[in-house]
Design a binder for this molecule. Structure first.
Ligand code: GUN
Length: 291
C-alpha cells in the first residue's frame, strides 16, 4: 500500500509548535518574533506566496510587516531597505521574495541580508554552515528543510544505507536538499539536465526528490518499488477541467503512486511545509536574539 504523505497535516503540526514556542518566548522575555517580507513588482504567484506568509505569521502570533515595492525600485533603494531591516531590533527574519526584476542583482541583495536574520538560508554564511554540517547555528532553506521533515516522518528510521537521488541542482532546493540528506547519512546523487540515463538513476533511489520545474517529468517506471517520493514541483497547467488551470508536480503522480511506498501529492505535499519552516526559522531567530 502506498502512503500519501499529508504535508498539510505535518505543516499544521509545525505551525502549532511554533505558536506555542512564540507564546513562551513572549511570556518569558517580552520579545515578539518579527518577520519582514519584501516583494518587488507584481508577479501574481509571488503576491499569493507573500500574502500567505503574512497570514501564517499572524497565526503564529508574530509581528509581521510587508514591504511591497514597485517594479522600478532601484537596487540601491532595496539595499537601503534591507540594511534598515537588519538594524531593526523588532525584526528577526527578513525574506526578499524571488525572483527580483532583472535590473536588480539578486545575489547582492541576498548577501546584504544579515546572516542571523536570513530565515531563507540563502546567505553564504548559512550555505557554508549547512555544507559543513553546522546545523545548530545555520538557517536551512525552508523547502528542503520541510521536505526533510516529510522524509523523516515517512521513513521513521535513520537514512544510513539508503540511496537518495535529488533531481535538480538549484541553490534554493537541489543543493541544500542534497546536503541535508548527506548529513543524515544517505548516499546522495544529484541529477540534472546533463545527467545520462536519468530513468535508470531514479530507479536506484530509495528516496527520490524531484525539484526540476518540469510538469510530470518523472514517470512511474522511473520509481523503485517502495521508494519514498518527494515532489517539490508546483507547475500550473492550462486547460484542466472547465478550462481552469491545474497544479501538477514534477512527478507523474498517478503512475508514480503505483510504485512508491510513500509519495507527496501536489498540492498538499511539500508546498505547505515551506511556509511552516519559514515560521520555524523565524521563531528560532527570535530565541537567539533574546539570548
Ligand atoms: N521564491 C520561490 N521560492 C522562494 C523562497 O523559498 N524564498 C524566497 N525568498 N523567494 C522564493
Amino acid at each position: 500500500m502506498t502512503t500519501v504523505i499529508d504535508g498539510k497535516a505535518v505543516a499544521a503540526d509545525v505551525v502549532a509548535k511554533v505558536r506555542v514556542a512564540a507564546e513562551q518566548l513572549i511570556a518569558k522575555t517580552g520579545v515578539v518574533p518579527g518577520i519582514a517580507v519584501v516583494i518587488v513588482g507584481h508577479d501574481p504567484a509571488s503576491q499569493v506566496y507573500v500574502a500567505s506568509k503574512g497570514k501564517k505569521a499572524k497565526e503564529c502570533g508574530f509581528h509581521s510587516i510587508e514591504h511591497a515595492l514597485s517594479s522600478d525600485t532601484s537596487e540601491s533603494d532595496l539595499v537601503a531597505l534591507v540594511e534598515k531591516l537588519n538594524a531593526d531590533p523588532a525584526i528577526h527574519g527578513i525574506l526578499v521574495q524571488l525572483p527580483l526584476p532583472n535590473h536588480i542583482d539578486a545575489g547582492k541583495i541576498i548577501q546584504t541580508i544579515a546572516a542571523d536574520k536570513d530565515v531563507d538560508g540563502f546567505h553564504f554564511t548559512n550555505v557554508g554552515k549547512l555544507g559543513t554540517g553546522e546545523l545548530d547555528t545555520a538557517f536551512v532553506p525552508c523547502t528542503p528543510a520541510g521536505s526533510m521533515l516529510l522524509i523523516e516522518r515517512a521513513l521513521g528510521r535513520d537514512l544510513s544505507g539508503l540511496n537518495a537521488v535529488v533531481v535538480g541542482r538549484s541553490n534554493i532546493v537541489g543543493k541544500p536538499m542534497a546536503n541535508l540528506l548527506l548529513n543524515a547519512n544517505a548516499t546522495v546523487t544529484v541529477a540534472h539536465s546533463r545527467t545520462k540515463d536519468l530513468p535508470a538513476l531514479c530507479r536506484s533511489a530509495d528516496i527520490l526528490v524531484a525539484a526540476v520545474g518540469r510538469p510530470e517529468m518523472i514517470k512511474g517506471d522511473w520509481v523503485k518499488p517502495g521508494a519514498t517520493v518527494i515532489d517539490v514541483g508546483i507547475n500550473r497547467l492550462d486547460g484542466g477541467a472547465n478550462g481552469k488551470s491545474k497544479l501538477v508536480g514534477d512527478v507523474d503522480y498517478a503512475s508514480a503512486a503505483e510504485q512508491a511506498g510513500a509519495i507527496t501529492p501536489v498540492p498538499g505535499g511539500v508546498g505547505p511545509m515551506t511556509i511552516a519552516l519559514l515560521m520555524a526559522n523565524t521563531v528560532v531567530s527570535a530565541f537567539r536574539a533574546a539570548g
